[in-house]
Design a protein around this ligand. Structure first.
Ligand code: ZN
Length: 376
């Protein structure tokens, strides 16, 4: 992966290149930042730059033997570790069991989170971790002589998923690193990582992506309208994984739309049985879809305001949404918009912290009923 094919992150790219040019390369580095900031791609591009025979001042050459091997995911000195679900029969699992799927997702999608990784494996809801078997594999890989004569590089995606035993084994390696070995840890949440591991890694903070960078990427990748790319980028709040899901999930948007319409009608009529039915329907979605639905509702609230106050600028709605909002938008106004946004944002916050979906959506429905009344 070339640096130029990694979204945004220009200042970090410069920093990494400078590390190589000045020869001050830390043997353990942690790329730390919010999910969806392109960290894994950055780490891969950095690894390629370290292995490339003819790097320029801004990027790997892309054509030398090492570059080609990295790009085809066959470089013998570049290793990947990532969470997997333990195998049913022998209860152990390691990255090598899922290598085909891993490289497939990197090649086809490039940016993804743990949920999307597990979804691609058909293993949603199961506990994925980096278990002790993995540390045995790591030791084995690092005991081999470097093929290139340069570095051996180990990219560990989501070290927060290391279980205790595996973390302790990794710690030993970081304390006494094998010669010419570089560990690149790609991490969303450093709170779940042993302090002793943290103290032995150099942290590189990766900022959230700019919405402009995301919008440009979406236009190039999916050939969509600039205005749609911009609204999607805004909705994703700097998270490229989510932005891709939003573009690809146009089919989900239909489900969200139909649920949204039912939800607003129930809130308007305030029939208690309908309200609880809708709450149950929302709670029956899987967790990721529950969150996406709430975000979709936030998006429709914003569009309603746009429709009320800036009619000409409505460019992002699909037909069914537009038709519905022509009647509905007037109920969303300065009497209730702030509270509505607060309630739905708060619901997302609580879902992320494992609140009971049933109670949460019942509560949302009750508050929504009051707030829609305020807007009438
Ligand atoms: Zn090269």
């Amino acid at each position: 992966m070339l640096f130029k094919d990694v979204i945004g992150n220009e200042s970090t790219k410069k920093k990494l290149i400078k590390e190589v040019q000045t020869g001050r390369i830390s043997h353990a580095q942690m790329f730390l930042g919010q999910e969806g900031s392109g960290k894994l791609s950055l780490a891969i591009a950095f690894a390629q730059y370290l292995l490339c025979d003819n790097p320029t001042k801004t990027d790997s050459c892309g054509v030398c033997d090492h570059c080609k091997k990295v790009q085809n995911y066959v470089h013998p000195d570049l290793h990947y570790v990532y969470p997997v679900v333990a195998n049913k029969t022998n209860k152990v699992g390691s990255s090598k069991d899922r290598w085909v799927e891993w490289t497939h997702l990197l090649k086809t999608r490039q940016y993804f989170n743990l949920h999307q990784w597990q979804e691609s494996l058909g293993e949603l809801g199961k506990n994925a971790s980096i278990a002790v078997e993995e540390s045995r594999q790591i030791l084995k890989k690092l005991s081999l002589k470097s093929f290139s004569g340069k570095y051996k590089i180990m990219i560990i995606w989501l070290p927060e998923k290391l279980n205790n035993q595996a973390a302790n084994k990794l710690l030993k390696l970081l304390e006494e690193p094998p010669e010419k070995t570089i560990f690149l840890l790609v991490c969303n949440q450093s709170e779940n990582i042993l302090a002793t591991i943290l103290s032995r890694t150099q942290t590189i903070r990766i900022p959230n992506l700019k919405t402009d960078d995301i919008a440009n990427y979406l236009v190039g990748k999916f050939a969509i309208e600039k205005s749609f790319a911009e609204s999607t980028a805004g909705l994703s709040q700097g998270n490229i994984n989510e932005a891709i899901d939003l573009v690809q999930g146009a089919k989900n948007q239909h489900v969200y739309f139909s649920l949204f319409v039912k939800m607003m009608r129930a809130a308007y009529t305030a029939n208690p049985i309908d309200l609880m039915d809708i709450a149950s329907e929302a709670a029956a979605l899987d967790k990721e879809n529950q969150k996406n639905f709430l975000k979709y509702a936030l998006y429709i609230f914003r569009e309603s305001i746009m429709m009320n106050y800036m009619k000409d600028q409505l460019v992002n709605l699909r037909n069914e949404e537009f038709e519905f909002l022509q009647k509905f938008a007037r109920f969303i106004n300065n009497q209730n918009i702030v509270q509505l946004m607060d309630e739905f944002n708060e619901a997302v916050y609580h879902l992320e912290r494992n609140a009971s979906a049933k109670i949460l959506f019942s509560d949302v429905m009750i508050k929504l009923t009051k707030l829609i009344k305020k807007g009438v």
